[in-house]
Design a protein around this ligand. Sequence first.
Ligand code: GLN
Length: 466
Amino acid sequence: MSKLKAFKDASCESIVSEYLSRIEAKKELNTFLQVYQEEALERARSLDKKNEAGDKVGKLAGMVVAVKDVIALQLNPLTCGSKILENFNSVYNATVVDLLLKEDAIIIGKTNCDEFAMGSSNENSAFGKVLNPNDLTCVPGGSSGGSAAAVAADLCDTALGTDTGGSIRQPAAFCGVFGIKPTYGRVSRYGLVAFASSFDTIGPFARSAEDCAKVLEVISGFDFNDSTSISRPVPKFSETVKLGVKELKIGIPKEFFQTGLDTEINNSIVEQIKKLENEGCEIIDISLPHTQYSIAAYYILTTAEASANLARFDGTRYGYRNPDSKKLDDMYTRSRSNGFGDEVKRRIMLGTYVLSAGYYDAYYLKGQKVRRLIQNDYIEAFNKVDCIITPTTPTTAFKLGEKISDPLAMYLSDIYTTSANLAGIPGINIPIGFDSKNLPIGMQVLANYFNEEILFRVSYFLEKSK
Ligand code: GLN
């Protein structure tokens, strides 16, 4: 059920003021990199006036939104959580930002994230780590940790994040909120700083399935400025969310319920499956046989794309330039060495390696072939079922510092999320309860291309039947 209050229970101005004071009170979470206090209040007042005058207001009127700081907001800083872009301001708005503003949303600020969206814990930001509002000693997940934590801590109504390998669904699971990764191509990437262009997607976090659906409905659609965006009608997610789940065929892939999965998460998912079965869903055991290769394929292909995308940050055109270099080469080297953090450098090196002559066939090309096999697994599965249920993460939120010195352990926390990005299909995280440590448990639902409607319907049903 929608959690929005604007115009029903309160004026936009009072809602924004309340959020601003909560943001101030919860500063220790380090969720926001920028807060647009004056602009947000001004916009709220003008919306209140519009409403009082009886003028028509947009679909998101009064919704207070935070935006992950890898998405451009004209004339405002766009840091990507990186020192290299610390002083960079965007020249234009991302398409998603224009769409939000057109429907009268209020943008309250930009959220913290892992540097260039690379990470699973939000400990890779040059501007400090984000804390999990459920337990301050735990990570909020990453890379959209600031957005997930801001929604969970009630610092805004909804937030935009990005998902290249799980960065919306995994932090949503760790923080206990809804978060959807749309089908690749559903939402324009224009104005999103690219990490791995054939994987990157933008999607919303919210405290209800309905609010999540409202935002996705507004930001979806073809965009002339993004050649990978798809021209297809956008369903009215905000209405179809309530259609129910009767007679849905739900697949349970055995590969996602093997060793390594926390028992409490497993049990909690089994309970949800029972609820769905009682409601008339058909539960079908399925297999996605290439699942075990998804982490390897993901980290080969995304680092390759990242090494190409991040070549543009060389001190010449954007952001930080090392002031002490005498020669051009030296300036490139020093600007990149000082500007990027360790994880970003690790990925640029890995990506450059897998693309280099002599290794290209063995790694990059092989990775592409595996990607196709994983995609085929899903295509085959969706001939039999309408959606697939899996855990979002193998464990609940882990401790700050626990995995930061072991990149492989960190990469493995994406085990259940990366395959959706390799295939390009949509997926959602549904918060389904808490474990014995009082940390949120998340369940992932995946659907066929452009079938986000089913994800919202399952989410809405389970939210209501809590
Ligand atoms: N945790 C994954 C990574 O570090 C996913 C990142 C993302 O989805 N942006 O690559």
